[in-house]
Write a protein that binds this ligand. Structure first.
Ligand code: ZN
Length: 283
């Protein structure tokens, strides 16, 4: 289906990847009763209308986490399920200005997307989603696992039958832990150890960005890197500045057979200051 904002392709049985203008991924999972949309992209173009062309089923939205490149399209639906710890991002992170800048930065500094192409934030009904919750789409069950790290409320969605898990930004070759609302390294490791309890139930992790699924080994790698960061034996390659210098645990050019990498702040290794929401607007 032609759209300048979206493209899509089938990645598993009754499972469609939808790609947004910033290279981000959402997944539309169709059951017999309803469809589950995992993540909503940055919100350029009308994702709800696009999904209506892909399925006639009612669509429920669930978010892997609250960052704007995953939650921005929520405002086309007016309702979503997500972990309560990430609701703050829907207020702090989703301004039209911020989302357009994100799209621009993801495309080398320019984009055809206009401000008016982005659905502005509006009142949104949020249903709380916790570890061990599940969705029964009709002949298709999707289980929820809480993996804090990238954000406090990061969730992954497991489908045992097809042996796939939808992971958002929680564990991949460039997991970022230096963002507002990320956790400390020990808390991330705890989240990964929890995630690993299900490791035998899936063959591939489908993430929130990029084309390539990752094998379950990426979880073991990330746990190993957490240990190295805590010991001070990681590569600590200085990579950039986001409110403070940040580092990657493995040199980007390293050929050591590992897949995972972790971007982190040295002053946040053991403790991250609480993330405060911006002050409420004046009503
Ligand atoms: Zn994110």
């Amino acid at each position: 289906m032609q759209s300048k904002f979206f493209s899509n392709w089938v990645v598993a049985n009754r499972t469609t990847l939808i790609r947004g203008t910033a290279g981000e991924n959402a997944y539309l999972l169709e059951g017999d009763k309803y469809a589950l949309l995992i993540d909503t992209l940055t919100g350029a173009g009308n994702l709800r209308a696009y999904c209506r062309e892909l399925t006639d089923l009612p669509i429920h939205v669930a978010l892997t986490h609250g960052h704007a490149d995953h939650s921005g399209g929520c405002f086309d639906f007016g309702v979503c399920s997500m972990h309560p710890d990430d609701i703050r991002f829907l207020y702090d992170d989703t301004t039209v200005k911020h989302r357009r800048e994100h799209i621009e930065n993801s495309n080398g500094g320019s984009t055809f997307v206009q401000w008016t192409d982005l659905t502005p934030p509006s009142a949104l009904r949020t249903y709380p989603l916790y570890d061990d919750d599940s969705f029964d789409l009709g002949g298709r069950v999707i289980e929820v696992i809480h993996v804090p790290g990238h954000s406090l409320g990061s969730l992954v969605f497991l489908e045992r039958v097809q042996r796939i898990v939808f992971t958002g930004d929680c564990c991949n070759p460039h997991t970022l832990l230096y963002l507002d609302g990320s956790t400390s390294i020990p808390d991330y490791k705890k989240g990964l150890l929890h995630f690993r309890e299900w490791q035998r139930e899936f063959d591939w992790l489908l993430s929130g960005h990029g084309n390539d699924p990752h094998p379950p080994q990426v979880i073991d790698d990330a746990i190993l890197l957490c240990d190295k960061i805590l010991e001070g034996s990681d590569d600590a390659e200085e990579w950039g500045f986001y409110r403070a210098p940040f580092y990657f645990a493995r040199r980007k050019d390293k050929d050591d057979g590992l897949i995972a990498n972790i971007g982190y702040r040295k002053d946040w290794i053991l403790r991250v200051p609480p993330y405060r929401m911006a002050p409420l607007p004046n009503y």
